[in-house]
Write a protein that binds this ligand. Structure first.
Ligand code: PLP
Length: 397
């Protein structure tokens, strides 16, 4: 075999995803892209905020000497300082610029953190439903994912289930709020309970378990809700995030990680993480993007647009008989599949020209995901197709 057996096996296990995308492409070619309602990808259709273009043009018109050279592997001091200021404001805890590393997106940051902390065979708890790449990222660094369900009705943290899943080998827990794929936000009191549990274990057994807070959707929260910052609530925490969603820059690969200054081991962690960022071959985050995002820490895409799309879909789909948790943020819905087999339901949806992802892809069979970071007109045009799909699946329609 020309490629590693493990990679071949990962590819074949996720081959249904490829088949689904191929079927989507076939439908687009046969019927024209305009009559296919594609809700599969978390790739925002909105443009970055105007301030991004302004800063980009001003930098291009007045280039700084050496602005395309290597810099410190952790990033430019002024970018790290801007990010540190933003997190200090959000958390009420003074975060030094030394605790920030600019990364190639949240995906890059997750890999840097996992490489830094994992010994072979150590376990990382992931909370179902979860972003499927977590499993591959954990495997990249010799770790073992341990799946723990959130509450199946609310998708909120089940602290007792997490406690039961912790073993002597547990090294980290990944939490994602607002969540992909459910859109729920974890309230401060439940994150505090998690923090208290881990603190108790650390005190009793000297067992340090990191919380990796994956939060690329932190600025996308609805109804005036505020996403609690993890630093005051969980001492052993590291934030990993990006500007892929809040500034709509996923192709630019710009994100960061931040270590909680309250963590006794923060400086050792940072030394390891800077090294990992280098030897994973990222070397540093894209230089031009670092300059730009330093100036955009208080900007974001129009959240009201996402909220309007959520409101439209939740209200229309509920009328048709679908049932779902009303999400507090991000741009996903995760309704119950009306058919017992969610993959069958997604295939049925394709017949109605609606492209979705089955819950099985998030470790949560029995559900399906709608990514509504798409044009509102497309959502409106798709509603008759949703109605006939609902009827065929045995709902009111
Ligand atoms: N984490 C979650 C929960 C995501 O949904 C995504 C992307 O969709 C990522 C991480 C990776 O984001 P990035 O583009 O910043 O690597």
């Amino acid at each position: 075999m020309a490629i590693a057996m493990k990679i071949a096996s990962h590819i074949s296990k996720s081959s249904w995803i490829r088949r689904m995308f191929e079927e989507g492409e076939r439908l687009r070619q046969e019927f024209g892209a305009g009559s296919i309602y594609d809700f599969t990808l978390g790739n925002p259709d909105v443009e970055p905020p105007e301030a991004f273009n302004r800063e980009l043009v001003s930098l291009a018109m007045a280039p700084l000497p050496g602005m395309h050279r290597y810099m410190n592997n952790a990033g430019y001091p002024e970018t790290r300082a801007a990010v540190a200021d933003k997190i200090s404001g959000d958390s009420g805890i003074t975060v030094p610029a030394d605790n920030i590393i600019m990364t190639c997106g949240a995906g890059g940051a997750l890999n840097v953190v996992l490489k830094t902390i994992l010994n072979p065979g150590e376990e990382v708890i992931i909370l179902a439903p979860f972003f499927v790449e977590y499993k591959f990222y954990i495997d990249n660094h010799g770790g073992a994912p341990v799946e723990v369900w959130t509450n199946r009705d609310t998708f909120q943290l089940d602290i007792d289930a997490i406690e039961k899943a912790i073993t002597i080998k547990t090294r980290a827990i990944i939490v994602c709020s607002p969540n992909n794929p459910t859109g729920v936000i974890y309230p401060a009191d439940s994150l505090k309970r998690l923090g208290d549990l881990l603190k108790k274990m650390h005190k009793r057994a000297g067992h340090l378990i990191y919380v990796i807070s994956d939060e690329p959707y932190a600025r996308i929260a609805f109804d005036g809700l505020h996403v609690p910052n993890i630093f005051p609530l969980v001492e052993s925490s590291v934030i990993v995030t990006s500007h892929s969603k809040d500034l709509a820059l996923p192709g630019e690969r710009i994100g960061y990680l931040a270590a909680n200054p309250r963590m006794a081991t923060a400086s050792q962690f940072m030394e390891g993480a800077v090294f990992s960022n280098r030897v994973l071959g990222f070397v540093n985050a894209p230089a031009l993007m670092q300059r730009l995002v330093a100036k955009l820490q208080n900007e974001s895409v129009d959240i009201a647009e996402y909220q309007a799309k959520r409101d439209l879909l939740v209200s229309e789909l509920t009328k048709m008989g679908f049932s779902m948790v009303n999400p507090d943020g991000a741009f996903y819905l995760f309704p119950k599949s009306p058919l017992a087999d969610d993959v069958e339901f997604v295939k049925l949806a394709q017949k109605h020209h609606i492209l979705l992802v089955p819950g099985a892809g998030f470790g949560a069979p029995g559900f399906f995901r709608i990514a509504y970071c798409v044009d509102k007109g497309m959502i409106e045009r798709s509603l008759p197709a949703w109605r006939s799909l609902a009827r065929e699946a045995g709902l009111k329609g």
